[in-house]
Write a protein that binds this ligand. Structure first.
Ligand SMILES: NC(=O)c1ccc[n+]([C@@H]2O[C@H](COP(=O)([O-])OP(=O)(O)OC[C@H]3O[C@@H](n4cnc5c(N)ncnc54)[C@H](OP(=O)(O)O)[C@@H]3O)[C@@H](O)[C@H]2O)c1
Length: 321
């Protein structure tokens, strides 16, 4: 138990050696044609020495950006497809050890490969690349066109900043108005050109991550308290993404939110009321920054037959609104 067995011509390591002391091995980018297979008792490394390509299974998944959301997608995907191979593409090798322990076969963005996968999800944020649309294009080229290609975008492009209602049919801001929305819209355009699907997500959160946690640690925030924002728990964003992946849809845009918009002040009042955080939030001081929107994704829910596990931030925290 607990060994990495090398099927072809690779390494033999004890599973216990997957530790910081194994840095020399894990710091190297792992070529994509090695496939990692976790079972309860062993980690099996196999490779095709003749073609240089792994045998790709019909439910194998490539996650570009296996961060917080990507790892939850991996977990849910594996629950539904036991025995599948899951690969994770990153910009650095910093988290490769963690990914291996999670059963995700990591490889470095710069690794050149013509390997294609039936399922590809792009869930990397735009912050670490000068060419987000270019990265999406590369991800799309890794899709073999069979299962699904999904991009986790943001609800930011919907053109509404008066705290008014907004849904899947609300028009998007025109290109040229803001660099942030330009980046997202250009990335989405590439996805749609490849017949992939987009899911525009509201603000992601879990207990120790998200807007509430960031504001709590800042203490005082120079933004207006009455701006309405929209949320979706990381687990729900993952279940929605997996639902879309499984449907094998083409060229569609969906919206991911919990249908419980809250003002910034209401979010922090709930945090306070929950008694679940040590820190005390001081307040919002802004008066003139833009307002937000109230998202509703009833159409997405109806079409996909999806509902969130956490219907509101208050429900997640276990307090009444
Ligand atoms: N946070 C929000 O409120 C929010 C709202 C709407 C939509 N979204 C979208 O939701 C998705 C998931 O967000 P998250 O919070 O889970 O992200 P995250 O945890 O910050 O994801 C980080 C992961 O992405 C990898 N990565 C970053 N840039 C990459 C690139 N250009 N190519 C390949 N890999 C890259 C990182 O690699 P390393 O390990 O090398 O660092 C890491 O594995 C993103 O698409 C994000 O834009 C987020």
């Amino acid at each position: 138990m607990g060994t990495i067995s090398c099927v072809s011509n690779f390494i033999f390591l004890s599973k216990n050696s997957i530790s910081p002391s194994s840095q020399p091995f894990f710091k190297k980018p792992i070529p994509i044609f090695q496939s990692f297979n976790f079972s309860s008792s062993s980690l099996q490394v196999s490779a095709s020495s003749t073609s240089g390509k792994a045998m790709v299974g019909e439910n194998d998944l490539l996650i570009v950006g296996p961060g917080v959301l990507g790892r939850l997608v991996a977990e849910k995907w594996r629950e539904e497809h036991p025995g599948c191979q899951i690969y994770g593409q990153t910009v650095t090798t910093d988290h490769h050890n963690e990914l291996i322990l999670l059963g995700i076969n990591p490889f470095f963005k710069e690794t050149k490969t013509d390997q294609k996968f039936p399922y590809v999800i792009f869930c990397a944020p735009p912050s670490k690349t000068p060419d987000y649309a270019g990265d999406i294009r590369l991800a799309a080229l890794s899709w073999n066109g069979e299962g699904s290609f999904v991009f986790t975008s943001s609800s930011a492009p919907y053109d509404c900043n008066d705290n008014g209602p907004c849904d899947e049919d609300t028009p998007t801001v025109p290109i040229g108005r803001s660099p942030r929305t330009d980046t997202l819209l250009k990335a989405e355009k590439v996805v749609l050109e490849f017949d992939g699907c987009v899911v525009r997500l509201a603000g992601l959160y879990k207990m120790d991550r998200g807007a509430h946690f960031y504001w709590l640690h800042k203490g005082t925030v120079d933004a207006r308290p009455d701006h309405i924002l929209n949320l979706i728990h990381y687990e729900d964003a993952a279940s929605l993404s997996v639902t879309i992946l499984k449907k094998k849809l083409r060229g569609r845009i969906f919206l991911g939110c919990d249908n419980h918009p809250l003002s910034r002040q209401e979010v922090m009042d709930l945090v306070d009321k929950s008694g679940k955080f040590d820190k005390k939030f001081q307040g919002f001081t802004g008066t003139s920054d833009p307002l937000g929107k109230k998202l509703n994704n009833s159409n997405t829910r109806k079409e996909l037959g999806w509902e969130p596990k956490y219907p509101s931030f208050a429900h997640f925290l276990g307090v009444s609104e």
